[in-house]
Design a protein around this ligand. Structure first.
Ligand SMILES: [Zn+2]
Length: 427
């Protein structure tokens, strides 16, 4: 254990050293200026959001009330497609169900993709009726994650259209499917569009720090198998349950960097477990899951390797077979030092400046963070300058108590307009 711990601490020290100069460097480049927000057409688009906010909220509620569990997004997608077509935008629906509309620029500017996932984690039978409370919050499963973003992006498109905003680069409005199943829709879309994406912005999460990295997440199912046996004949027989128990104990002995280190990792074992279904027999199969997360690709690989090695050793010790199945694999974007050039890309500082302009207070020194677990991850690991930004304020995502603050969606939407103009226009 000590042998493993020592190089990791040393390595953590190196990471701190590598990271320190970055925070003391010259200001990061930005494409935002207050003058841009004051341009007549931009002002008109922002006013559009204020003047029609009641309608936007009504649409937000309507979108939420269209059930859209991952892989069952068709009805919500059909609604989105119809609304985009009303604006005269060319709309495409791909084989997986992603909806894409392209708002053409005048030419010569970068293409910026805005992405909102349409799917929710909630089963189709969930009651998704929205309740509006006196404190001006909305309550329903999926109200925050992510129908707020869907409504914000639709209204952004309408506002830019009404104000006749012309951008140099194209603005792509992408409504993805299966985000909650490991960003499947976004990975598929990027495979279909290997070129021509200069920047990617996922609209997901609460208003707050800008995420420009990717949290790596491996979900595994560990399976231990043996021949089983009736209890009466079970003495000294191989037992997959014992192997699994041993393995879980041993996994928790794998050392992790301190939680407050610039780069850390976390895992959770046994979120799901299965075994036999009778009392009087050794089970033939025992499984448990492992959820492993870190932003550092090397650490992710190394911890994954160590965890599997513990399982293999436990299986051998208890004379059963072992198999690992990946349920979901989302790669890590990198450590802060590896992502220093990403932090320096104007997409990050522009997003921060837009939020500050709109009066959103960001934690000092943590205006941008090199992590994230949204559709932007798919862009980060492909080397596309990508961020994820918030849509509103809210909480209790993925639960039946999910809620969102109504007024904050107005800021979330204005932010999209300012970003689209700033990033696609050379100024
Ligand atoms: Zn989400």
């Amino acid at each position: 254990m000590l042998k493993l711990l020592k190089p990791m601490l040393l390595w953590a020290t190196l990471t701190v050293a590598a990271f320190a100069p970055a925070s003391a460097q010259a200001p990061y480049p930005t494409k935002f200026s207050p003058a841009l927000a004051d341009r007549a057409d931009v002002r008109q688009a922002l006013n559009f959001i204020d003047e029609r906010f009641d309608r936007q909220v009504a649409e937000w509620i309507a979108v939420t009330e269209i059930p859209a569990q991952s892989t069952h997004e068709e009805k919500r997608a059909a609604y989105v497609k119809a609304e985009l077509e009303k604006l005269g935008l060319p709309v495409e629906v791909d084989a997986l169900g992603n909806v894409t509309a392209r708002r053409r620029g005048t030419g010569g500017g970068p293409t910026v993709v805005f992405a909102a996932h349409m799917d929710t984690v909630h089963p189709m039978s969930t009651n998704v009726t929205v309740t509006r409370k006196p404190d001006e919050t909305l309550h329903a499963p999926g109200i925050f994650d992510n129908s707020a973003s869907v409504a914000n992006m639709l209204q952004m498109a309408r506002a830019m259209d009404a104000a006749k905003i012309q951008t140099r680069g194209d603005v792509v409005l992408l409504f993805t499917v299966q985000e909650e199943l490991g960003l499947k829709g976004m990975y598929y879309w990027l495979d279909q569009h290997p070129k021509g994406v200069d920047m990617l912005i996922a609209v997901d999460g609460g208003l707050g720090p800008v995420n420009y990295g990717a949290l790596g997440i491996y979900w595994s199912r560990m399976k231990f198998s043996g021949e089983g046996s009736h209890t009466n004949l079970s003495r000294d027989k191989p037992n997959p349950a014992r192997a699994a128990a041993q393995c879980i104990t041993d996994i928790y002995a794998v050392p992790l960097p301190d939680l407050n280190a610039p780069v850390s990792a976390i895992y959770n074992v046994g979120g799901m477990m299965t075994a036999g279904n009778v009392v009087n027999a050794i089970p033939q199969e025992v499984t448990f899951t492992v959820d492993l997360r870190t932003i550092d690709p090397e650490l992710l690989g190394s911890l994954d390797h160590q965890i599997v090695a513990k399982c293999e050793a436990a299986a051998k010790a208890h004379r059963v077979t072992f198999e690992r199945e990946y349920i979901q694999r989302s790669e890590a974007g990198g450590r802060p030092d590896q992502l220093a050039d990403r932090r320096a890309h104007p997409i990050v500082q522009t997003a921060i400046d837009v939020l500050k302009h709109l009066g959103v207070s960001l934690p000092a020194g943590r205006e941008a963070v090199p992590t994230g677990s949204t559709d932007a991850n798919a862009g980060v690991v492909r080397g596309i300058p990508s961020i994820s930004i918030g849509r509103a304020r809210g909480g209790d995502q993925h639960t039946l108590q999910e809620w969102a603050d109504i007024a904050s969606a107005r800021i979330g939407t204005k932010q999209l307009i300012l970003l689209a103009v700033a990033l696609t226009t050379d100024n």
